[in-house]
Design a protein around this ligand. Structure first.
Ligand SMILES: NC(=O)c1ccc[n+]([C@@H]2O[C@H](COP(=O)([O-])OP(=O)(O)OC[C@H]3O[C@@H](n4cnc5c(N)ncnc54)[C@H](O)[C@@H]3O)[C@@H](O)[C@H]2O)c1
Length: 292
């Protein structure tokens, strides 16, 4: 998106953390911003803070895991601002730990919040982004953990890899409709993501605070340390702005993780070379349908 002034953004999970700082950066560019969040108190505080700074920001309570809440959020966005140009699928949660300890309810929770939110958000907002013919953009927040699997982070990495993949699929699919797509893959950024379970809905087991998890397993304190020692949230938000203005598809915030990507790409290239040399595949054609 080249010209943000006067356009409208919707940001899920905008009450705090990365979503909040991105809202501030976009508001300062002259965008109208609707924040959607499950934490009503933090949402109200965020809206008041940004309004106090002279920004055109409103909020809507929503649970991103529910398609009906997306519909309500979209309706409020249109009623308030008339049109919407940018959807930021930012709300996300983390579940970590050895795979044998992860409950089915936590798998369901993280899949619904991190992945189904992107599915529902796109389904509901896509027609609205397209309707006005002024061009639209969808920015999905994944993670560097969606580019590279990390031990003891299976549910988080799997859902974020799915967000990267879905964004890659939508990128080509939406071209003809004038809708651009980006995927943000941050490394550690200061936020409360380590305390994600504070917002866990009753149907998945209800809220638990980080401090209480640490009492049971002191090593969990590390989850907080690595996040609070991450880069400043406003720096990440400024990077998002750059990425949007340049219409970047992959948006990274931590250049040193290039090593992870290159190691993975190298390993895959070697696997293709082995496949090419494989006697079992000797008769298999070396060309076929182009995947795009
Ligand atoms: N902070 C990091 O180090 C980091 C790194 C990579 C990716 N991310 C991703 O960035 C995004 C933002 O996270 P953050 O770090 O700002 O964390 P955060 O916990 O500070 O903020 C998340 C926001 O999402 C909201 N939220 C949670 N569940 C929700 C639901 N069901 N419906 C609506 N809103 C909900 C929370 O209330 C909160 O306002 C997430 O997708 C996260 O996975 C964060």
């Amino acid at each position: 998106m080249k010209d943000l002034k006067g356009k409208t953004a919707f940001i899920s999970g905008g009450a705090e953390g990365i979503g909040f700082y991105v809202a501030r950066v976009l508001g300062r560019q002259g965008m109208k911003v609707m924040l959607g969040d499950i934490d009503a108190k933090m949402l109200e505080q965020a809206v008041q803070t940004l309004k106090g700074e002279g920004l055109n920001v409103e909020g809507v309570y929503m649970d991103v895991a529910l398609k009906t809440d997306w519909e309500v959020a979209a309706e409020k966005t249109i009623q308030t601002f008339g049109k919407v140009h940018l959807l930021i699928g930012n709300a996300g949660v983390a579940v970590t730990g050895a795979q044998k300890y992860i409950q089915e309810s936590d798998w369901r929770w993280i899949i619904d919040v991190n992945l189904m939110s992107i599915v529902f958000g796109t389904q509901v907002f896509f027609p609205l982004l397209k309707a006005h013919g002024e061009g639209g953009h969808i920015l999905n927040v994944a993670s560097i953990a969606g580019i590279h699997g990390v031990s003891y982070s299976g549910p988080y990495c799997a859902t974020k890899a799915a967000v990267v993949s879905l964004s890659e699929c939508y990128r080509r699919e939406f071209e003809k409709d004038g809708i651009e797509v980006s995927v943000l893959c941050p490394g550690f950024v200061k936020s409360r993501v380590y305390d994600s379970m504070r917002n866990r809905q009753a149907r998945y087991g209800g809220p638990i605070h980080h401090e209480d998890l640490v009492k049971v397993k002191p090593s969990r304190e590390m989850n907080k340390k690595i996040v609070v020692e991450g880069i400043d949230t406003d720096i990440a938000a400024n990077r998002v702005l750059e990425g949007l203005l340049n219409n970047e598809f992959y948006i990274f915030t931590h250049p040193h993780y290039r090593d992870l990507h290159e190691g993975r790409a190298r390993e895959m290239t070697e696997a293709f070379i082995r496949a090419d040399a494989s006697p079992a595949l000797a008769t298999v054609p070396r060309s076929g349908i182009v995947l795009r």
